[in-house]
Design a protein around this ligand. Structure first.
Ligand code: C2E
Ligand code: CA
Ligand code: CA
Ligand code: CA
Length: 274
């Protein structure tokens, strides 16, 4: 094993930089957390703006560490990516999310975040197909959220995997849209069904430049036939502006906070009219 006692001993030798030591300790805790079942998923509802219906939810990973308390995904996901733990961890999330969504009213979407490392790992498509088969969730109800970094190296293998998943009916969403590099080029080259406008643009919609960017992305989506979702919608005013500009979907604290499976199921049953 990678983390046997001898290696640990070597890692914590005196004089080692404190930052490096803290980081190594986090890696060790993270590695142990998956077999100890310290991870959980919360689900945040996504609304169709025009109809007001909840159309599904995004699975968001949670780590409750006995030693550290709650650790934010932004603090542990990058570490899991660097150590490679994101591959089994991401596969766990996918299976768990599908298992939860299997008991939702039919037709509702389940969105799952997929790291670049995961997408590039061999056998990713197979693990997605297996999660669907095992849960009984139809491919058409699964949405995989990827970020532009996945697309940046333009690898043939990634493109092939995305095409394969899409042929099955799985939707691909581009997450945090607008924060990466040359987003527009990727839209032309890669198969994408949805773009999610990054929260930072929605938050700043009160100022003219951000409002213009949001309007432009919405227009672009309409032109290209790509669904546009606004992330981080917190106020009625933001929702009104998005509605006025024809944004298709909204997600954020105003619509609903990330919640436990039982809670989201209640919400989905009461607010999805199907
Ligand atoms: P993300 O995919 O962009 O997820 C949206 C984040 O915004 C979530 O943070 C959510 O709790 C938060 N959020 C939602 N609505 C609002 C709002 O109205 N206001 C504000 N201020 N925040 C809002 P969270 O759960 O801390 O996750 C952070 C990031 O960690 C995610 O960003 C995603 O990149 C990553 N992540 C979470 N779960 C997974 C996972 O299962 N796999 C992978 N690879 N990454 C994940
Ligand atoms: Ca996401
Ligand atoms: Ca996002
Ligand atoms: Ca993000």
């Amino acid at each position: 094993a990678k983390n046997d006692g001898r290696n640990l001993y070597r890692f914590f030798e005196p004089g080692m930089d404190a930052v490096v030591q803290a980081r190594r300790a986090l890696e060790v805790d993270l590695e142990a957390a998956l077999p100890r079942q310290e991870f959980d998923l919360d689900f945040q509802p996504i609304m169709n703006i025009a109809s007001g219906e909840i159309i599904g939810a995004e699975a968001l990973m949670r780590w409750h560490s006995p030693a550290r308390g709650r650790v934010a995904p932004d603090d542990f996901i990058p570490v899991a990516e660097e150590t490679g733990l994101i591959v089994p961890l991401g596969e766990w999330a996918l299976r768990k999310a599908c298992a939860v969504a299997a008991s939702w009213p039919p037709g509702l979407r389940i969105a799952v975040n997929v790291s670049a490392v995961q997408l590039k790992s061999s056998g990713f498509a197979r693990s997605v197909i297996s999660a669907l088969a095992f849960s009984g969730v139809p491919a058409g109800q699964l949405e995989l959220e990827i970020t532009e970094t996945v697309l940046m190296d333009e690898s043939k293998a990634v493109l092939k995997t995305l095409r394969q998943l899409r042929e099955l009916g799985i939707r691909i969403a581009l997450d945090d849209f607008g924060t990466g590099y040359s987003s527009l080029g990727y839209l032309r080259r890669f198969p994408v069904d949805k773009i999610k406008i990054d929260r930072s643009f929605i938050r700043d919609m009160g100022n003219r430049d951000s409002a213009a960017i949001v309007r432009t992305i919405i227009g672009l989506g309409a032109e290209l036939g790509i669904v546009v979702t606004a992330e981080g919608v917190e106020t009625e005013r933001q929702l009104d502006m998005l509605r006025d500009n024809g944004c298709v979907e909204a997600q954020g604290y105003l619509i609903g906070v990330p919640s436990k499976p039982a809670e989201i199921q209640r919400l989905l049953k009461s607010r999805a009219t199907r």
